[in-house]
Design a protein around this ligand. Structure first.
Ligand code: FAD
Ligand code: NAI
Length: 474
């Protein structure tokens, strides 16, 4: 007889493991099937985010920022450091330790919540049965049954034929986290979120970085004014972003030779490493049998409604494998919602206030609508901006680049979007999300006391600026 659970989650990333913990908290017997194996050969919970995504990339972003600060920025504070040495092996080992500590922490949380971790590949069969093929050894597949199944199998990098990965010179984001030395010349295909974050890491450590972006626009999902300001800063830092660039061929020899075409015709360049970061696709490989009758949408994501219900009763799907932004916190909130719905409680996700952050320097963060989206939807709005350079705190920190922009409805003043490029944008955006979640107006933010001197005063002044009464703006 197959072991039975109230909930089986397939996938132990931030969508799946959070769903499992919430389900267990609500008193349900819960198991998580996960097949991820870390580079040391050990099964590891946490999915893409903890193992090869959010966490290791932020660990390297932080290390590279410290290096860059000490090498280039401390002199302005009157601090002389002499020669600064870089030890890439220690930097990577620190990143690995951060990952191991956090993924080990999830295993502990599973124990504390009595969640079974079934290590292996999960496949949905007919009638809410899940077949698990163990990751290690020659053990036979086993079948389990569940009252409810939550699919949280995440996403995988998209490959392109023009630049096949060889795992050494041409890599995806996984490989970009593992370079053993700083590549002198680094190429990146795709100037999206991963391209900019990984490009920033290696550029700060000394690589000459060229990003080849197929589109003519920079970060089209970001508010135009903020994207323009960010691009200016990145170019100042030496990131060479080439737009309208179509890679036709990348070949590995002694180096990587990349051929591409742009508005000036055929181009080529020699590189030491090439990162391919052109987006990610939902992970549904060998995930369900035909007789399970699970439906995908036209883009290959699992088809779900606003409550993450699939077409099959008692089967849900959350995270990167369903529509919506591919962000860890979006997946986690969907996981909580689904666990609560299964337990008969109300659950919801407000997709209109999901914050986005790009962890470059300066950081870019936003929530809600951009000016270009509102214009094309014909929504009347007013906006206010405020530059960090006009705040005392940013000046004291020597971090004056960037701005806050707040967009509010022209008639109701309800905040429709907040866009930040600047120091600690990733933290500052939280205030905007709270205000938007409570249907706040720019006037609400304008009347809230912000401590002085803080970076959050730029948010306050941007809100005042919507009604043209910012204090420190000429
Ligand atoms: P995943 O994290 O992909 O987890 C899915 C898990 O399911 C994996 O462990 C996988 O091995 C397992 N699995 C898949 N199929 C099966 C199967 N059939 N059986 C068993 N197990 C299976 N997002 C942010 O919000 N902030 C960031 O800073 C950020 N940085 C990122 C940096 C990089 C380099 C990358 C690549 C991504 C980053 N992301 C970031 C995106 C974030 O990682 C994803 O949105 C998030 O991991 C999605 O969570 P998930 O649980 O849906 O899927
Ligand atoms: P992306 O969608 O952010 O960017 C891909 C870029 O590649 C786009 O600008 C696209 O125009 C370009 N592109 C596509 N095909 C191309 C081609 N053939 N040649 C040249 N350019 C091409 O995808 P990315 O950077 O791979 O990241 C995937 C996802 O992972 C993100 O969308 C995000 O959801 C998530 N992520 C989130 C992070 C965060 O929250 N800070 C960090 C990293 C990833």
């Amino acid at each position: 007889m197959a072991k039975s659970y109230d909930v089986i989650v397939i996938g132990g990333g931030p969508a799946g493991y959070v769903a499992a913990i919430r389900a267990a908290q609500l008193g349900m017997t819960t198991a998580v099937v996960d097949e991820f194996v870390y580079k040391d050969g050990e099964p590891s919970l946490g999915g893409t985010c903890l193992n090869v995504g959010c966490i290791p990339s932020k660990a390297l972003l932080d290390s590279s920022e410290q290096y860059h600060k000490v090498s280039h920025q401390l002199a302005a504070h009157g601090i002389k450091t002499g020669s600064v040495e870089l030890d890439v092996a220690t930097m990577i080992a620190r990143k690995d330790k951060v990952v191991k500590d956090l993924t080990g922490g999830i295993a502990q949380l599973f124990k504390a919540n009595k969640i079974d971790w079934l290590q292996g590949h999960g496949k949905l069969l007919e009638g809410k049965q899940v077949e698990v093929t163990p990751t290690a050894g020659k053990k036979k597949p086993q079948t389990y049954s569940a009252e409810n199944v939550i699919i949280a199998t995440g996403s995988k990098p998209i490959d392109i034929d023009a630049a096949p990965l060889d795992g050494d010179r041409i890599v995806n984001s996984d490989g970009a986290l593992e370079f053993t030395e700083v590549p002198k010349r680094l190429g990146i295909i795709g100037a999206g979120v991963i391209g900019l974050e990984m490009g920033s890491v290696w550029s700060r450590l000394g690589s000459k970085v060229v990003l080849l972006e197929a589109q003519d626009d920079f970060l089209p999902a970001v508010d135009g004014r903020v994207a323009k300001a960010a691009l200016k800063e990145f170019e100042k830092q030496g990131l060479d972003i080439r737009f309208g660039a179509r890679v036709t061929n990348a070949k590995v020899g002694k180096n990587v030779t990349v051929h591409y075409e742009d508005k000036d015709g055929k181009q080529s360049m020699q590189l030491d490493k090439l990162i391919v970061s052109v987006g990610r696709r939902p992970n549904t490989a060998d995930l369900f049998t035909e007789d399970s009758e699970l439906l995908l949408d036209e883009r290959g994501y699992i088809n779900v409604d606003e409550n993450c219900r699939t077409n099959l009763p008692g089967v849900f799907a959350v995270g990167d494998v369903v529509r919506g932004p591919m962000l860890a916190h979006k997946g986690s909130e969907e996981g909580v919602m689904v666990a609560e719905l299964i337990a008969g409680k109300p659950g919801h996700v407000n997709y209109d206030t999901i914050p986005w952050v790009i962890y470059t320097h300066p950081e870019i963060a936003w929530a809600g609508k951009t000016e270009q989206q509102l214009k094309s939807a014909g929504v009347p709005f007013r906006s206010g901006t405020f530059n960090f350079g006009a705040t005392g705190r940013a000046r004291a920190m020597e971090e004056t680049a960037g701005m806050v922009k707040i967009i509010a409805h022209a008639e109701t003043d309800r905040i429709l979007g907040v866009h930040i490029v600047g120091p600690q944008a990733s933290e500052l955006i939280a205030e905007a999300v709270v205000a938007m979640e409570f249907h706040g107006s720019s006037e609400d933010l304008a009347r809230i006391i912000h401590a002085h001197p803080t970076l959050s005063e730029a948010v306050h002044e941007a809100a005042l600026s919507v009604s043209k009464r910012a204090i420190h703006k000429a």
